[in-house]
Design a protein around this ligand. Structure first.
Ligand code: TYM
Length: 340
């Protein structure tokens, strides 16, 4: 299907489960902010219904929803230019999610690596919601007829599944209704790794706080975490290729590049031959310079949760104006009788 039939529209989401990490910021938020200057309609969503696929304490969920919103606002998402809302305030997401539960195949879900990683050996005990999660994610994207989905590398398989669901729906009902959305995975920060183990991604749910940078960490803690970040004894090489096989070193170079809006090649050109005693403090200073203004703006916003709730409510109205007609048209296509 020609994508050009659809308004260029961006949709992306973040789970409010615990704090926001540098991985979220570099892999997603930064790109979302810059997409506001491009020729897209932008919709960004705090996906609270996704968060509850694993247990969330209700008060902690409320707090995380507001704090995640504050992080987006403080990073530069502008509610005047983007639609910013939390998922549960627009029921069309969950409703289209149900339709997609009936489109997606169990075999497709069984191939989702993130489910396998999260469920681990406990697959019998996790919620049904965790298993069906990618169908709800497809609904998030497609209920807005989004054409572009900026995400970190870890979400690529879910966006591909979204394309499969759209194609199967269009094929089964002989329509050209849902766009085949493109993942947008760009820049040096699309796969920020754990600071203690370069083979694992940095995540908000990892065991030790020392393995990640949180958006709310203060300058001392950021410096300490980078100082203690695992590396190897070698200095930084002359070329990027020479970092092959040095996952932790490569990660720190990528983080530096992401934070300074440059490329890993440029970072290597600047720091070739430097030891960690020079590179790590420079990285910590850079991270503090970039993150401190964001975290202080976050805490300012968190002083007025009522204002955050108002922003989310206004965003939900805008989102609903797009999503509800698409849901209703979907119901018609499927053959659901609607007399009111
Ligand atoms: P979530 O909440 O895990 O992450 C939000 C965004 O941050 C990116 N990200 C990373 N990028 C680089 N390195 C990392 N270490 C890292 N950790 C997280 C993620 O790739 C993501 O872009 N299923 C999604 C939320 C979602 C969604 C959607 C996304 C629900 N519906 C529709 C896009 C479109 C998730 O759990 O993201």
């Amino acid at each position: 299907m020609a994508e050009t039939n659809f308004t260029p529209r961006v949709f992306s989401g973040v789970k409010p489960s615990g704090g926001i990490t540098l991985g979220n910021y570099l892999g997603a938020f930064k790109r979302w902010v810059s997409m506001q200057d491009e020729a897209y309609e932008n919709t960004y969503c705090v996906v609270d219904l996704h968060a509850i696929t694993v247990w969330q304490d209700p008060d902690a969920l409320r707090h995380a929803t507001r704090e995640t919103t504050a992080a987006l606002l403080a990073s530069g998402i502008d509610p005047a230019r983007s639609t910013l809302f939390n998922q549960s305030q627009v029921p069309a997401h969950a409703e289209l999610g149900w339709i997609f539960n009936c489109v997606a195949r169990v075999g497709w879900m069984n191939r989702m690596t993130q489910f396998k990683d999260k469920a681990g050996k406990n697959a019998e005990k996790v919620s049904l919601g965790l298993y069906g999660y990618p169908a709800l994610m497809a609904a998030d994207i497609l209920v807005h007829h989004a054409t572009h989905v900026p995400v970190g590398e870890d979400q690529k398989q879910h966006v591909e599944l979204t394309r499969d669901i759209a194609a199967k729906f269009n094929h089964d009902y002989k329509v050209d209704f849902f766009p085949i959305a493109e993942p947008v995975i760009e820049g040096p920060g699309t796969r920020v790794m754990n600071l203690r183990d370069g083979s694992k991604k940095m995540s908000k749910s990892g065991e030790s706080d020392m393995e990640r940078i949180n958006m709310t960490d203060d300058a001392d803690l950021i410096a300490k975490k980078f100082k203690k970040a695992r590396t190897d004894p070698e200095p930084l090489p002359e070329t990027l290729e020479a970092l092959d096989g040095r996952a932790e070193a490569r990660n720190l170079v990528d983080i530096y590049a992401g934070l300074s809006d440059t490329t890993p090649e440029a970072v290597i050109a600047e720091y070739a031959g430097a030891g960690w005693g020079r590179f790590k403090p420079a990285l910590a200073d850079l991270a503090v310079a970039k993150l401190a203004p964001i975290s202080s703006e976050m805490s300012r916003l968190m002083d007025d949760p009522g204002e955050i709730d108002r922003i989310l409510a206004a965003g939900a109205e805008k989102a609903e104006a797009v999503a509800q007609p698409i849901l209703e048209k979907t119901y018609d296509i499927v053959g659901l009788v609607r007399g009111r």
